[in-house]
Ligand binder design. Structure first.
Ligand SMILES: Nc1ncnc2c1ncn2[C@@H]1O[C@H](COP(=O)(O)OP(=O)(O)O)[C@@H](O)[C@H]1O
Ligand SMILES: [Mg+2]
Length: 257
């Protein structure tokens, strides 16, 4: 079998002295899409932050294509080809759409290639072309998510990590975003690591899924069969309305909807 693009072993990390990841292991094969599911506070965001270098690694290893990247600063992890679409998008609110997109390309020196890729992003998201001079602050949630994904794509990543891309979006937009992710993975071979509360969409996109709870991976398996496992069904799908209502309340509390 080929070497996995991302391999994490026994990773421990957290905030100050308080642990958020308690020995997490995960493997992402090159060209695959992997979903990480779990309730609020399970450690999903912390996992992506630890991979991208925004949280320290206390113990364990993070390897990208066999190369140890743990402990590197975020800009160095990005240079190795890891792009992170963070929870809540984190655009520069006062910068234009175009400057936000270009902020993802700081590590690139090839200006003609960059211009082509920027045009490619405007072709993919025509609405962003119309809004290219508008400050990110004035965009809708869906437009902001497109900019956040465009900013990640312009870095030409080997691994694209997305933290709750559906957050605060209408069902139609969520379907559009997931259709785009599927196309990027299936047609262009881009490797994806997606953290989602929208379990059904994530399992439809992913080849493999993991379930996190209290900083640990408690289950993993084939995404199509994963939905049938009792733990996932009971907690997230069976009476899925509860989980969805809970997360809606949480999102409202945080002012995202
Ligand atoms: N900035 C922070 N400072 C301290 N603790 C945090 C911070 N962010 C998250 N945590 C804690 O880390 C744990 C995992 O949180 P998080 O990774 O955000 O979970 P998820 O993304 O699955 O909702 C939780 O116990 C949470 O309270
Ligand atoms: Mg989170």
């Amino acid at each position: 079998m080929s070497k996995p693009l991302l391999r994490i072993d026994a990773l421990e990390s957290g905030y100050g002295a308080s642990p958020a990841l308690r020995g997490v292991s995960l493997t992402v094969e090159s060209g695959s899409a992997v979903a990480v599911l779990g309730a609020n506070g399970a450690g999903k965001t912390s996992l992506l932050k630890a991979i991208s270098g925004a949280l320290p690694c206390w113990h364990g290893t993070v390897r990208l294509a066999g190369r140890d990247i743990h402990g590197l600063a975020p800009h160095r992890v990005a240079r190795h080809g890891v792009a992170h679409v963070p929870e809540g998008r984190e655009l520069f609110p006062l910068l234009s759409v175009e400057d936000n997109l270009l902020s993802g390309a700081y590590a690139r020196a090839d200006r003609p290639g960059l211009k082509r890729d920027l045009d490619g992003i405007y072709q993919r998201f025509p609405i962003l072309s119309d809004l290219r001079r508008r400050a990110a602050l004035h965009l809708s949630g869906g437009e902001q998510q497109m900019v956040a994904i465009g900013r990640a794509l312009i870095a030409r990543p080997r691994l694209l990590m997305l933290d709750e891309p559906s957050l605060g979006l209408s069902p139609a937009l969520v379907a559009d975003i997931f259709a785009l992710l599927k196309e990027l993975n299936r047609r262009q071979g881009l490797t994806l690591l997606v953290v989602e509360q929208h379990t059904q969409m994530a399992l439809d996109l992913a080849h493999k899924a993991y379930l996190m709870d209290a900083g640990r991976m408690v289950s993993e398996g084939d995404a199509k069969r994963f939905a049938e496992t009792r733990e996932v069904r009971d907690r997230y799908l069976g009476s899925g309305r509860q989980a969805i209502q809970g997360s809606t309340r949480w999102r409202r509390k945080r002012g995202w909807i």
